[in-house]
Design a protein around this ligand. Structure first.
Ligand code: 2PG
Ligand code: MG
Length: 409
């Protein structure tokens, strides 16, 4: 049984020129795992707390290293429970979710190496209690965010993400081809229309002076040149509605609109009639529960109503959302909760309740971190959200899917 030999940590730079951490877990049989941690810009109020990088570095290399020294490495759930217990808070504010997650995920990688398994195989074993054969793998469908707004871009768009979603029936390489093709076409179209083609945090274009409807029309137009919307390709949005919510009103300046909850729901319903939308994430502020509930009950049969900030990869908030029937799909971001075991537990509850699962990157990310690709495959996630098919930290996740698909991993 391999034991934990050392845990060290240092600062590294993320895709937004912010400091984050990289943790190295070494086992006494020579195996090791390395993990960097992403960081969000539009966060749910109940996300686990991420501490400043300097503080996290010192916590990982002293307190956590001391506490886990010589522990049985293969007991992932026990180690994660120790991290939770040492932290002792309900949102990891003591150790920091960035500290605990870096150790938890690096440990899983070290154990995969020790067991001579691919990371996805090791996570699948933890999740299912049995081996998952390569020929039985289900690849998450990529969700490409190709126009950026909200907190991810310095343009006037209030909605955060406008996405293209290839048909589920496509093999992963073909699905990626759909995203790439539409991205190039959209760039040409934007240039032809004299729009800016600078990109936002997740690699999507960030043109200025667009309305929500114009953004959707542009991606639909670009998609239509090579594919059939509604058949080969669909559309989605991460509204991240809390970023323009205040005191009962949603303000969308580019549409000259100030809407209450019901009016915003009606607005979405109009968009559903015009565009082949199958996915709306965070359509309402996370405390606007009645808005969520009414919307999910009225359109949940034809649309993925996706909860991100509402449930923050936390089983407690997920249970609330299930009890009240607030959503029919959930985002999975390990750094919202802080350990692998809690992340897997969240996915299990969501899958048992038949919710769609979308594993997701963060807007601040690193090219070294492709964990969500292995996680998505291991749990059989329906979708993977990793931004546009550009920028190293975004394509690394898509390329990891291709690496596994090729059979080389
Ligand atoms: C989101 C994410 C990722 P952030 O809201 O879904 O796209 O953004 O990491 O800024 O929370
Ligand atoms: Mg989101």
């Amino acid at each position: 049984m391999p034991k934990i030999k050392s845990i060290t940590c240092h600062k590294v730079i993320d895709s937004r020129a912010e400091w984050t951490i990289e943790t190295h877990v070494k086992l006494d049989d020579g195996s090791f795992g390395i993990q960097t941690i992403p960081e969000g810009a539009s966060k749910g109020e109940n996300e686990a707390v991420s501490l400043p990088a300097d503080k996290a570095v010192s916590i990982v290399s002293t307190a956590i290293n001391d506490a886990l020294h010589e522990e049985d490495a293969l007991d992932q759930s026990k180690i994660d429970q120790m991290l939770i217990d040492i932290d002792g808070t309900d949102n990891k504010r003591h150790l920091g979710a960035n500290s605990t997650l870096s150790v938890s995920l690096a440990l899983a990688k070290a154990c995969a190496m020790s067991e001579k398994l691919e990371l996805w195989e090791y996570i699948a074993l933890l999740y299912r209690g049995k081996k998952l054969a390569h020929k039985n793998l289900h690849y998450p469908t990529p969700v490409f965010n190709i126009i950026n707004g909200g907190k991810h871009a310095h343009n006037n768009l209030s909605f955060q993400e406008f996405m293209v979603i290839p048909s589920k029936n496509l093999a992963i390489d073909k699905a990626l081809e759909v995203g790439i093709t539409i991205y190039h076409t959209l760039k040409d179209d934007l240039i032809a229309k004299n729009f800016d083609v600078d990109v936002g945090d997740e690699g999507g274009f960030a043109p200025n002076n667009l309305t929500v409807e114009q953004a959707l029309s542009l991606i639909r137009q670009a998609a239509s040149k090579s594919f059939k919307p509604g058949e080969d390709v669909f559309f989605g949005m991460d509204v991240a509605a809390e970023s323009f919510y205040k005191l009962g009103e949603y303000t969308i300046p580019e549409e000259s609109k100030k809407l209450n909850t019901e009016q915003l729901a009606n607005y979405y319903t109009q968009l559903l009639k015009k565009f082949e939308l199958i996915y709306i994430e965070d359509p309402f502020y996370e405390r606007d529960l009645l808005g969520w509930q009414n919307f999910n009950s009225s359109v949940g049969n034809k649309l993925m109503v996706v909860a991100d900030d509402l449930v923050v990869t936390n089983a407690k908030y997920l249970q609330g959302a299930l009890d009240e029937k607030l959503a029919n799909a959930v985002i999975v971001k390990p750094n919202q909760i802080g350990t692998l075991t809690e992340t897997l537990n969240f996915v299990k509850i969501a899958q048992q309740a038949k919710l769609s699962i979308i594993v997701s990157h963060r807007s601040g990310d690193t090219a070294e971190d492709t964990f969500i690709a292995d996680l998505g495959i291991a749990v059989g996630a329906d979708f993977m959200k990793a931004g546009a098919p550009v920028r190293g930290e975004r394509v690394a996740k898509y390329n990891r899917l291709l690496e596994i698909y090729s059979g080389e991993s």
